[in-house]
Ligand binder design. Sequence first.
Ligand code: NAD
Length: 282
Amino acid sequence: AAPSYLVGLVGAGVGPSLTPPMHEREAAASGRRLIYRTIDITDLGLPAESVAELVSAARRLGFNGLNITHPCKQLVLPVLDGLTADAAAIGAVNTVVFDGGSAIGHNTDWSGFARSLGRGLPHAPRDRVVLLGAGGAGAAVAHALLASGVRELCVADLDAERAGELAERVGRRFPDAAVATGDAAAPGRLLAWADGLVHATPVGMAHHPGIPVPPELLRPPLWVADAVYRPLRTELLRSAEQNGCPTLDGGGMAVFQAADAFELFTGLVPDRDRMLTHFHDL
Ligand code: NAD
């Protein structure tokens, strides 16, 4: 019989995540059995640090791997036996693969965003890009932008120290690129300089409505990509579209991080267009 797969998602409030049904539907569509469990530390009343114990339990119980999400993506690092070079450079893991008794950490948020950008805005000029938000998503996006050929990256965050640390870290990994920090409180100058804006703060999420920059600053030929995917059409993207800017929503990143994790867990090549369709059906 074809092998079956058991995987899970560890994080806080992961119940409504669309990642489990995306994996399960893709496996079913390929004629395989995959069970995807959510392991919600909030429901379990566990602290974020318990990710260590959950990873070792899952390994013993025969899981093929785990996805790891907020607030555990960094806390999981010390319990792993190895990291890909990309995950080490980003400093965060969203995918753990159990392989022959060892737990290896990967980051598919960056590869997911890189694929989404390549597919969604293939011809967008990307010499100069502003990244707003230097948290977990921002770190993966920064890595993806530089790996996708961005030559000058400006990182801005209300927490200037966070922006500085991220700029320094990705600058070391991509020494040929120019990486600087910008003032998140003065977006006008940043956007006048840039070819594109990538937004990776929580502003615009369903429970955090709003727009992270004044809409009148969104003017073609600037392109605008959002990491937020709930809702898919954020206020930022709606304003950018109304003004005529090319846009990219956060759905592609969410789907392609899952597709890349699926490939790591199962060794099967997923049908990424089918996964995108499933996501939009869910
Ligand atoms: P995080 O809390 O780790 O980081 C958010 C950062 O934004 C913080 O550094 C904070 O200081 C900064 N910030 C907040 N408001 C700001 C503002 N108005 N201006 C400038 N900086 C501001 O969060 P995260 O995990 O990086 O997630 C950020 C967003 O990305 C969330 O909406 C999340 O849903 C989304 N996300 C999407 C995907 C995807 O697959 N599409 C994956 C991960 C995260």
